[in-house]
Design a protein around this ligand. Structure first.
Ligand SMILES: Nc1nc2c(ncn2[C@@H]2O[C@H](COP(=O)(O)OP(=O)(O)OP(=O)(O)O)[C@@H](O)[C@H]2O)c(=O)[nH]1
Ligand SMILES: [Mg+2]
Length: 459
């Protein structure tokens, strides 16, 4: 890069976070596609008419795997299926000119991670004893957790419980949480290990026997009650050491890297939270709380916005201070919700995140409804909340191959506000569909609101 080019480059680092299956990888794939094949009429970046020119991929930072854009895009276009789930953190770096930026180019760094890892965010900045306390408080605060974790909580209460008993009971609890669709499964290596191995289907006992709560069989740990977190206790010493190693090897490289982003995109799948019931709502809120505690977004109180602006112009990229100044909260898969109800979903999202976002001094934040790949559509002639799309699940609840003709179906109407009382799983239904993507390689898929999100985070 020439000196002139280097001086006139503005860097935006955008990290996308959210639980597994929330739509991070699809969002990044669609975003890259729209920037690469930019059409201002279909993707409005910044002021009307802004064009993206000279798009090129740039080398990624050391230590990062490349975000496999082509593989994800090919999955969508060729096999008309969604991309595979992410098993490792990945980065995509690109540079382009924006016609509305007279004096600088944009160097955009995008970050993806496996959603399971967000459950480990609470480990950052906490000692083993603090994490144990935090985790036990979570397990005790919710009745569904009580039910799934009864044996483990019983073992934790017994002062003479052995390491094998505690670990066995905790693995069983994690397996039950997995089967109960609870997203707070930590250490997340139980679900997805460092080599990309994933917990397979089976009974809770089978899953518990096949997986480890830690990086491997000899590195397992589980939360200990306060009276067993005593210095000198051999089990406490062993778990503390394994926990510290896990935090350094697994959590820091994945979650901590997001701290240096300039903007964070937080996906909160409101439709899935509604479908999952009140327990799911509590978990989603806890995840945002843990993530924000770990990443501490907001303006740097010492340096502030002026210093940040100056550093962007005068410092080499590697020296520029990184901290999160923008957070975009996104309700993904907006196409699954009927168009009449998308404002209601946005209100639900805002209600969920506003208290936490408001606490972050200096943080600019906004809420967005986004469909990265618009795949379900309204069916005007079909009555209230009639939709069409290629449904993934048949009436028996099993995955079925993509059909040749679109299915006709209806979706639920979301409530005006989050219900105060418990609501059961499956009261609200927003069925999954196969992707609808144009076959032309240079024609990115239709989207909803992805450009407004991009305009907010690429500043
Ligand atoms: N209808 C619709 N479905 C979507 C959209 N984006 C994602 N999905 C659905 O959500 C699923 C998960 O999307 P991913 O992008 O792989 O989710 P992720 O957050 O990367 O998940 P992990 O890699 O497991 O962390 C897909 O398989 C689709 O079923 C969208 O824009 N519209
Ligand atoms: Mg992914």
């Amino acid at each position: 890069m020439s000196l002139l080019n280097w001086l006139k480059t503005t860097e935006a680092r955008v990290g996308v976070v959210g639980t597994a299956n929330s739509g991070k990888t699809v969002l990044l794939t669609a975003l890259i596609d729209h920037l690469m094949h930019h059409n201002p009429d279909r993707f409005r970046l910044g002021p009307r008419g802004t064009a993206v020119r000279q798009f090129e991929e740039r080398p990624r930072d050391t230590g990062w795997e490349r975000f496999p854009f082509e593989a994800h895009r090919n999955a969508l276009v060729q096999s008309r299926s969604w991309p595979r789930k992410t098993t490792d953190r990945a980065q995509f770096v690109c540079q382009f000119e924006r016609s509305d930026w007279t004096f600088s180019n944009c160097l955009l760094k995008l970050y993806d991670l496996p959603g399971e890892r967000v459950a480990d965010a609470a480990m950052l900045g906490r000692t083993f004893a603090q994490w144990s306390e935090h985790r036990l408080a979570q397990l005790l605060s919710d009745t569904t957790y009580h039910v799934h974790c009864a044996e483990y909580l019983g073992a934790a209460r017994r002062p003479d419980a052995t390491e094998a008993e505690l670990l066995g009971a905790y693995r069983l609890a994690l397996a039950r949480l997995l089967l109960g669709y609870k997203p707070l499964i930590s250490p997340s290596a139980f679900l997805l290990d460092a080599r990309g191995g994933y917990a397979r289907r089976g009974s809770a006992e089978e899953i518990a026997a096949a997986r480890f709560c830690g990086s491997g069989p000899e590195s397992q740990f589980c939360p200990l009650p306060p009276d067993r977190c005593a210095p000198g206790d051999p089990l406490f010493a062993a778990f503390s050491e394994r926990y510290a190693r896990y935090a350094v090897e697994v959590v820091r490289p994945t979650i901590d890297a997001f701290r240096s982003c300039s903007a964070l995109v937080v996906l909160l799948d409101v439709a899935t939270v509604l479908a999952g019931g009140a327990g799911f709502y509590n978990d989603a809120q806890q995840i945002v709380r843990d993530l924000f505690d770990a990443l501490r977004p907001g303006e740097n109180p010492v340096l502030g916005p002026v210093a940040r602006g100056l550093s962007k112009v005068f410092l080499p990229h590697a020296w520029r201070p990184g901290w999160i100044t923008r957070a975009a909260f996104v309700a993904p898969k907006a196409d699954l919700v009927h168009p009449d109800d998308r404002d209601a979903v946005l209100r639900l999202l805002r209600d969920m995140v506003e208290p936490r976002a408001r606490d972050c001094t200096g943080l600019k934040w906004e809420c967005f409804n986004v469909a990265s790949v618009c795949s379900a559509r309204e069916r005007r002639e079909g009555g209230p909340r009639a939709m069409r799309g290629f449904l993934v699940y048949g009436p028996d609840g099993r995955v079925r191959p993509r059909g040749d003709a679109e299915d006709h179906y209806t979706v639920s109407q979301p409530p005006d506000g989050w219900p105060h009382d418990d609501w059961p799983p499956n009261r609200y239904r927003f069925p999954e569909v196969y992707p609808r993507v144009p076959a032309r390689r240079d024609h990115p898929p239709d989207h909803l609101g992805l450009d407004a999100l991009a305009s907010f985070v690429i500043e």
